[in-house]
Design a protein around this ligand. Structure first.
Ligand SMILES: [Zn+2]
Length: 258
């Protein structure tokens, strides 16, 4: 958690004017793309769990191995990455994910390169998602006590760049086409950790699953962080839920690319 201290505030109100209630569930697979092993749970765990419970095939692609998620200077980074991979598998089972992939990029060093975009395009062209869910790359400052981790901003930007136009265009990554990965146009993008939400997704009934999945990331969620998450995550979801009159919700900026 430490390296990836997540936004501890709900996005401010004024930008939420005109926000919509929950859209009808999209058909087809969903692909979540985040920087660190525990980001998806914190940002969107309720939504991913709900989609999985509705029968959608939900996949998670994590762009770094989380090997700087420690305050202990003696922590072996390879060992930490291995631990986090095991934790991620366990968390994915709690959420009901169909699959989880972790790329080998080092925590804190994620860059929007052709190589990373190629890896994402490969996954998009394999899973052929109806929805890509990632984080908003334009979100820098959350209130007065947190600004967004560089890996989070980069993950969002890289995921979007891979989604459009690259994944859907036969002119991009033609070497992947030669391997059988045909273009796929993603019709819908959901951005979590946003300052400009236009959609609140009802996740009432999925808070226990969200927290249960997050707490599988034991190397990150311990000591004070455990209490902070137990208090903050339901509160954030409650505040978002009030926007649409439900008990708990998660906030997103949703784009339809059709
Ligand atoms: Zn993170």
């Amino acid at each position: 958690m430490v390296e990836s201290a997540e936004p501890l505030v709900t996005p401010p109100g004024p930008e939420t004017a005109g926000a919509e209630a929950e859209p009808a569930p999209a058909a087809g697979p969903a692909l979540a793309i985040f920087a660190h092993p525990d980001d998806a749970e914190i940002s969107s765990g309720g939504t991913l769990a709900k989609w999985a419970s509705q029968g959608r095939e939900v996949h998670l692609l994590i762009l770094t191995n989380g090997d700087r998620g420690s305050e202990d200077p003696d922590q072996d980074r390879d060992e930490l990455a291995a631990t986090r991979a095991v934790e991620t598998e366990a968390a994915g089972k709690v959420l009901g994910l169909a699959g989880t992939t972790i790329l080998g990029n080092h925590d804190g060093e994620l860059e929007n390169t052709l190589e990373v975009r190629a890896e994402i395009v490969r996954v998009i062209r394999t899973i052929r998602p109806a929805t890509v869910l990632t984080c908003d790359p334009t979100a820098w400052f959350f209130g007065t006590r947190y600004f967004n981790h560089a890996d989070h901003r980069t993950a969002g930007a890289t995921a979007l760049d891979a989604t459009f136009p690259a994944a859907g265009s036969p002119m991009f990554f033609q070497e992947l086409m030669a391997e059988g990965f045909q273009p796929h146009k993603v019709p819908e993008v959901w951005l979590g950790w946003t300052l400009e939400p236009n959609t609140y997704h009802d996740v009432t009934g999925f808070m226990d699953v969200k927290l249960g999945a997050l707490f599988e990331h034991r190397s990150q969620v311990q000591g004070d962080m455990l209490g902070i998450f137990k208090e903050w995550i339901p509160l954030e979801a409650k505040n978002a839920g009030e926007k649409i009159g439900v008990e708990h919700a998660e906030a997103f900026r949703v784009l339809s690319l059709d």
